[in-house]
Design a protein around this ligand. Structure first.
Ligand code: MLT
Ligand code: MN
Ligand code: ZN
Length: 308
């Protein structure tokens, strides 16, 4: 069995976002809607050893809210054995800076994302001797090991998915802003005894048949829920980018994620990385009713579930 804790269910910016006065952000500020931190999950095979997927800028708050991830021993320790990255977006890597303090753990990412970290000297706050950088193999299952090489019990298979280079690395002159295949990955996460896997795709720009074909009945899906419609940020006056421009697939429409996943039998379908512009956040909205009717749950901070 794989245990899963949602540490952060929001997209970049969080809910509320510091500079946003939209309906959802105002409701979160006024206590009418539960605030959500930026996207990250923790997974474990035994409830004692944990692996983080992505390191959110809100990681300090997330760890403070999650007893399972806190030190269990004097003087210094952590149940966190490893951190895996699915891309180099700020909302997925900035939390690494809060994991300094001389604590060993293993850091897994594609060669491309490891290169991005290596090119930014600030990440040297994580001592390379204590925090070994490991390349995630693609299209092959591998055990997630801690810094000393001990097996965490979590297994992962990484695969490239359609996406976009991190916003802060975009090359305006290049095709798809200079994105390469290893910029964005999905993960199939399991344990030795789990039948199903957690398929984690927090940022995904399209769903070609080969990605859908990776899923098996019994798998549980945590999928990119950034926006409900492609142009909602523009229509709401919150920005000038479509979901597609940001490398995200909207939930609704015939080309949206609800339609594309409709016929794939799965043990669970949950949306994560939900932007504050997404009307599904508002509990009484027709959009929230629509995702529920389509069999989807909305992840929230502190949500726990298991994959059998
Ligand atoms: C995204 O998911 O599109 C990024 O997190 C955007 C950002 O870095 O702000
Ligand atoms: Mn993001
Ligand atoms: Zn907002």
């Amino acid at each position: 069995m794989l245990r899963v804790i949602v540490l952060g269910a929001a997209a970049g910016g969080g809910l509320p976002q510091w500079n946003c006065g939209c309906d959802a952000c105002r409701a979160a500020r006024e206590g009418r809607l539960a605030p959500q931190t930026q996207s990250s999950i923790a997974v474990s095979a035994d409830g004692a050893h944990w692996v983080l997927i992505n390191a959110s800028p809100d990681i300090r708050q997330q760890l403070a809210a999650t007893p399972a991830l806190q030190p269990q021993h004097f003087p210094r320790s952590t149940p966190i054995q490893a951190v895996l990255l699915t891309n180099a977006d700020v909302d997925h890597i900035a939390g690494l800076l809060s994991l300094r303090e001389g604590q060993p753990f293993a850091l897994y990412a594609t060669g491309r994302v490891q290169g991005v970290l290596a090119a930014n000297a600030v990440f040297n706050v994580l001592d390379h001797l204590l925090v070994p950088r490991r390349k995630l193999a693609l299209d092959a299952q591998q055990p997630v090991l801690d810094a000393e090489g001990r097996d965490s019990g979590v297994r992962v298979e990484a695969f490239t998915i359609p996406g976009k280079v991190a916003l802060w690395l975009e090359d305006p002159a290049a095709a798809n802003f200079g994105s390469v295949a290893e910029d964005t990955i999905g993960l199939a996460i399991s344990t030795a005894d789990s039948v199903g896997r957690l398929i984690y795709l927090p940022g995904c720009a399209a769903l070609p048949a080969d990605i859908k074909a990776r899923l098996r009945p019994g798998d549980s899906l945590l999928f990119d829920g950034t926006t409900y419609t492609d142009d909602e940020m523009i229509r709401a006056g919150l920005g000038n980018k479509t979901a597609a421009r940001m490398g995200h697939l909207p939930m609704s429409g015939e080309a949206g994620s609800m339609a594309l996943w409709r016929d794939v039998p799965l043990a669970g379908k949950r949306f994560i990385h939900i932007n504050n512009s997404n009307p599904v956040l508002l509990p009484h909205s027709p959009e929230r009713a629509a995702i529920a009717a389509a069999g989807w749950q909305l992840a929230h901070d502190g949500m726990e579930f298991s994959v059998e």
